[in-house]
Design a protein around this ligand. Sequence first.
Ligand SMILES: Cc1ncc(COP(=O)(O)O)c(C=O)c1O
Length: 449
Amino acid sequence: MPIQYSISGSTVDEIAASVETAIRGDHIKPGQTLPTVRALAEQLGVSPTTVASSYKELTRRGIVIGEGRRGTKVRAAPPISGRLPMAVAPGTIDLRTGGPDPALLPALVPALLPALLPAPPPFDSLECEHRLYGESAVFGPLAKVAAERLAADDVDASYMAVVGGALDGVERVLGAWLRPGDRVAVEDPGYTAVLDLLLALGLRPVPMAVDELGARPDRLEAALNRGAGAVVLTPRAQNPTGAAWDARRSSDLRRVLHRHPDVLVVEDDHAGPAAGVALETVCAGRRRWATIRSVSKWLGPDLRLAVLAGDRTTVDRVEGRQALGTGWVSYLLQQVVAELWSDRKVLRDLDRAAKVYRSRRNALIKALRSEEITINPISGLTVWVPVTDEHAVVAGLLDQGIAVSPGERFRVEAPPGVRIAFATLREVDAPAVAAALGRVLRQRSVRAG
Ligand SMILES: Cc1ncc(COP(=O)(O)O)c(C=O)c1O
């Protein structure tokens, strides 16, 4: 759809600022195509080079994307304002957000109160003193419990930083080694925010197809041969597909990576124990690597922090850069996470939560099968259903009171699909969701394959 807004300005900066302001004010919307360079140059009375440079600057910042002959489009998630989820009608079964079920997270009050009051066991080790500048960025007891858990998964935790979550970790590790213009291999389909982040950092995603076991080794090899200097991998709870590596897949990926010893490998273990399967890692013995384990999915997104294990240089660079900005992740938060992560009851509840997610996933898979929709996800909180027309499926489901996400933003070259985030979908409701999807696929002939 052509834009109605009148872009203004006579210099590179003014034109770029005018587009940015229009997007922020919702006058130009995500997905809309900007005027051609020639048309805008004529309209503004400036040279085509000036407009082209403005578009280049907006592209560099991840606000727009050039699509060759199809022109320059506003990206779906331009990094210029916070985003609120789109509202849906009351009563809709909302299966759009890939977060955890709040009912399966540990209760916050017993975890937080002791941080402020003298604490009963098991929280009696929480300290209630002010921390000042110049202390270690990592809270000792958190480092201890994290190192134990990571070591149990064969992750070398000799060097560790604490960052503000998995995405923060991914950004910091990439920032430690890469420059704008560098190529990064990413899963396709993969997590939208990772794709958006790369573009906002001026990095160039090189898509790698995934299958039921995650990133495909042959596609990893192809991406590295295309010049990717880094790769972001999701060992388990792959978002959106719910794939996870088994021992064979991780060994096949390791073999490919072995031929590229200088490639930076980032493992995004965003779901940790909520993934429901054991972690496999490909980082052992590598030169440049990081495994990032976030607590968002199992302790809660508002306790968002992640421990980041890596080689010494990567961890030092991440901590050194962090020291120049945020400094550290609040000790209060690190204490609460350390306590929860060491608490036996919390750990038992976590096991239970992982089982509930597994049952919900299996109920959905089974219900989909009875609609002749066959998918085999084994991990995480989301599943991916291939379809030929994502928006028709999303609209058709919405008509039946079910909200899912179109796959568009999760993919680069991968064929279309929709993502169903099932974390809160009760087993009894799975057949209704599957039946609604079955109806849409039949009515609109948009089944893939
Ligand atoms: C693959 C992936 N990575 C990272 C994140 C975000 O993790 P965090 O909250 O720790 O930044 C998510 C959230 O769903 C995810 O799916």
